[in-house]
Design a binder for this molecule. Sequence first.
Ligand SMILES: NC(=O)c1ccc[n+]([C@@H]2O[C@H](COP(=O)([O-])OP(=O)(O)OC[C@H]3O[C@@H](n4cnc5c(N)ncnc54)[C@H](O)[C@@H]3O)[C@@H](O)[C@H]2O)c1
Length: 347
Amino acid sequence: MHPAPDAPRFRVGVIGYGWAATAHIAAINATSRGRVTAICSSRPLDAADLSARHGGPIEVFRRVEDMLADPAIDVVDITGLPSLHRDQAVAAAQAKKHVILEKPMANSPREVADIVAAAAANGVRGCVCFECRFSNQFQVTKALLDEGLLGRLHYGEVDYYHGIGPWYGQFRWNTGKKDGGSALLTAGCHALDALLMLMGTDVESVSSLGTRSASPIFAPYEYDTSSVTILHFKSGAIGKTAAIVDCLQPYYFHTHLVGSEGSLLDDKFHSMKLKADKGHWSKLSMKMLDSGDVSDHPYQAQFQAFFDALDKGQDMPLTSFPEAKKTFDVIFAADTSAARGGVPVSP
Ligand SMILES: NC(=O)c1ccc[n+]([C@@H]2O[C@H](COP(=O)([O-])OP(=O)(O)OC[C@H]3O[C@@H](n4cnc5c(N)ncnc54)[C@H](O)[C@@H]3O)[C@@H](O)[C@H]2O)c1
């Protein structure tokens, strides 16, 4: 059953007012069910200015606990520094607010487990910003797999190439281990998450290695900014994710899937089932993930799915807390493997 057209919208309070937050606010307000009504920032912000900029009344809070105490907030959207995600998400759940949480959920397995447990214990739901799952590119790719056009996958690689240098605002905190974490945690997580969406989440073990560019541009990073992870799935299939945040090239989200009936390479495919010419690729018409700019990301579709699931009293599809935790469990196993020189580690 759909809510009545005039059903009250979910009132969203946003924590943090940086780059991601501005894309979130536009996306939330563009859904049929959400409206940003509050912003919490340690910086002094002007409520009248924000209300005018975002097209509706917005209250400003300086302290997270004051915003969480406000009964007029239904959902809290956490867009601040990753090292604060755990405490803010747990406090929001304890205040009985549903939670939108930017990636990474947090930078340690213990913190991610705390967040998932706090939501379950308090009867609230979560949405992790693995919005690439809602992209046209991966929705079409998944539909192709579901139609059986590639048969049974035995190999898949999804890689993330995006140079995050001083030209990015988040460089000032992303270079630190505390908030950046690793090449996978800070950005490559989108590629690993897409690989798991396409290949399944039953991972037996992972082996990972890390290194870094010799360019002085990336010297401030406190961790390896390139990593490659090999996945061994319980089904016997194998996969690979490269997480490269120190490259000097255009943004590139690379996908190559190989199955018993054909292959897919980004927006090209061949399927024996269609009897097309195997010597040439067939082309898929879809909007590709070809930009790191948050204003290009499919947040609106993801937030709409979250609000629709809240209406039904259910976990959202694709990017709920329990589903996203599976990806972070694999990432933490990969980073442990890299720290041990590449030995296989089970999630
Ligand atoms: N899903 C995605 O594709 C995606 C993309 C970008 C960022 N993110 C995530 O969103 C979160 C925030 O990243 P971001 O790019 O918005 O970072 P940001 O640097 O723009 O903002 C981070 C924090 O710094 C604060 N801040 C911003 N400018 C400030 C200033 N001048 N003075 C003091 N504080 C300031 C913000 O309020 C926010 O709390 C991170 O978890 C990041 O990983 C996700």
